[in-house]
Ligand binder design. Structure first.
Ligand SMILES: [Fe+2]
Ligand SMILES: [Fe+2]
Length: 197
């Protein structure tokens, strides 16, 4: 692969940056493949009835069968993707991955699902299960409660008819091809776009 010659970014030429941008676009196009690989890395025993990948598939399946939007189904599929590299802040990592492709509301739900999810278990460990009440008056509080209640805390059932990863792959590719969120870094690079809430 051809390499540009500058060693400091402010010395790069227009031609060099146009070339790098081409490579960047190819790299971005490979994101769905990397996300699928990341999900497969979560297919290892973790003490629950299901692996994290199976849990993610069950989450996406339940969201799909409940008639949620494609964005929401894919958010459910990826909601624990951060467990691999950010086990102590996994919600934020998943939300950051999803941010360019989902509505602000879905971004918020995923970003906060870890805290809301504590309602179901953290009191057993001496924690405050109502910590989510910090956001009691937030416009998306109930939506996040709904997500955890219906697409997360109940998704550890080996008897449930969970759909396979292949079922969600085309959906994942579609969602990743439609930037939606008002992310300042994205907008600075690619310009304004229609926003979804
Ligand atoms: Fe989670
Ligand atoms: Fe989860």
């Amino acid at each position: 692969m051809r390499k540009v010659s500058f060693t400091e970014m402010d010395k790069g030429t227009k031609e060099e940056y146009e070339y790098l941008e081409e490579l960047e676009q190819q790299y971005i196009a490979g994101l769905p493949d990397r996300l699928l690989a990341a999900l497969k890395r979560l297919d290892i025993p973790c003490g629950y009835e299901l692996t994290r990948m199976q849990h993610s598939l069950q989450s996406a399946t339940r969201a799909y069968r409940a008639g949620e939007s494609e964005e929401m189904v894919i958010a459910a599929l990826l909601h624990d993707i951060g467990d691999d590299l950010a086990p102590c802040s996994h919600s934020e990592l998943a939300a950051a991955v999803l941010r360019p492709f989902v509505s602000e509301k879905i971004y918020w739900i995923i970003k906060h699902h870890g805290l809301f999810q504590m309602y179901y278990y953290v009191h057993h460990l001496g924690g405050d299960r109502n910590a989510r009440d910090l956001y009691k008056n937030h416009q998306w509080y109930n939506d996040t409660v709904h997500f955890c209640e219906n697409y997360d805390q109940n998704c550890f059932d080996p008897e449930y008819d969970t759909l396979p990863l292949e079922f969600f792959e085309p959906m994942l590719r579609r969602v990743c091809s439609r930037p939606a969120h008002d992310d300042p870094e994205y907008t600075a690079r690619y310009g304004e776009k229609e926003l979804k809430v």
